[in-house]
Design a protein around this ligand. Structure first.
Ligand code: MF3
Ligand code: CO
Ligand code: CO
Length: 289
């Protein structure tokens, strides 16, 4: 339900904790204040890649199943329940649940919420844009993706923002190849976003993912050269997850819940994310259903 009189999102009510069956292995950080991500590398053997692919596929399937329920009147908590049930039914732990204290099994970010929205009793309204971000942990590996969806009929500018954010992610992914620096990814994303005077969020980035939810590797979505010059190598796994704003802005506010990130201007935002593997010749998307 919650919106203020201007129609902006306000914090809703968070439902009770969802349980994960005890036989499903937890990531090391569950029940701790902070994860231990020190010294976690970004290169994977073919056998390890298959384990990440398995986690990534389950996460992508959970997004697909939850997305099919998106409609006016549906709450973000309902989407979270669908994700949670799907992940645990497939033997996966919802990586966000208990990550640095995050209370739910997905992130649901509506309209001006850039990322890390907490699923609650907010009912989706016709014309909204909702981003659904899911990470699954299974067999010691995490796979992470996000997609933006229209709720019912949306404005032409909202539909274009969604489509162009997806295209920006794809251009970032296609720019990545062995021998290049990771900063080529953000260069491709930012130059495409600029065509439409969209803003690129700078303070939330892509990241290495696999044996940890977030390894130390950072993938900017803006043109950061000459910084972020890590060489892209075959066997690397990381996310590309641009967040674009309709009004060209990139400043944000953090809600008092310490998670929810909103555009300071309250402008509409969209995000897409895939977990990708670097191959000998280019990249391969792992977060496919
Ligand atoms: N899945 C998000 C990402 O793409 C991270 C969510 S962390 C949480 O990196 F704690 F907010 F869930
Ligand atoms: Co991510
Ligand atoms: Co994510």
């Amino acid at each position: 339900m919650p919106r203020d009189t201007a129609g902006h999102l306000v914090p809703g009510r968070i439902s009770p904790h969802r349980e994960v069956p005890a036989f499903i292995p937890r990531p090391e950080y569950v029940g701790k204040a902070e994860p231990d991500e020190r010294g976690v590398g970004n290169l994977y053997s073919p056998e390890e890649v298959e384990r990440i692919r398995h986690a990534a596929r389950i996460a992508a399937q959970a997004v697909e199943v939850a997305a099919a329920a998106i409609a006016p009147g549906v709450t973000t908590d309902r989407l979270d329940a669908i994700v949670h049930e799907y992940l645990v039914a497939h033997g996966a732990y919802p990586s966000t649940l208990g990550y640095r204290g995050f209370p739910k099994s997905s992130c649901t970010s509506v309209n001006e919420i850039i990322c890390h929205g907490i699923p609650d009793d907010t009912a989706l309204l016709e014309g909204d844009v909702v981003k659904l971000d899911v990470t699954a942990y299974v067999d010691g590996m995490h796979g992470d993706l996000c997609a933006a969806y229209p709720v019912g009929d949306v404005s032409a500018q909202a539909a274009l923002l969604i489509e162009r954010t997806r295209e920006a992610m794809m251009r970032g992914i296609r720019a990545a190849a062995p021998g290049r620096e990771v900063n080529v990814i953000g260069r491709a994303i930012e130059s495409y976003a600029k065509r439409f005077d969209y803003g690129v969020v700078r303070d939330y980035t892509g990241h290495g993912v696999g044996r940890a939810f977030h390894t130390g590797l950072v993938i900017p979505h803006y043109d950061a050269a000459p910084a972020y010059d890590t060489a892209i190598e075959p066997g690397m796994v990381f996310t590309v997850e641009p967040m674009l704003t309709l009004d060209g802005s990139s400043s944000w506010d953090l809600w008092p819940d310490d998670w929810t990130v909103a555009t300071r201007s309250r402008a509409l935002t969209a995000q897409f994310e895939h977990t990708i593997l670097v191959t000998e010749t280019g990249t391969e998307i792992l977060t496919l259903p």
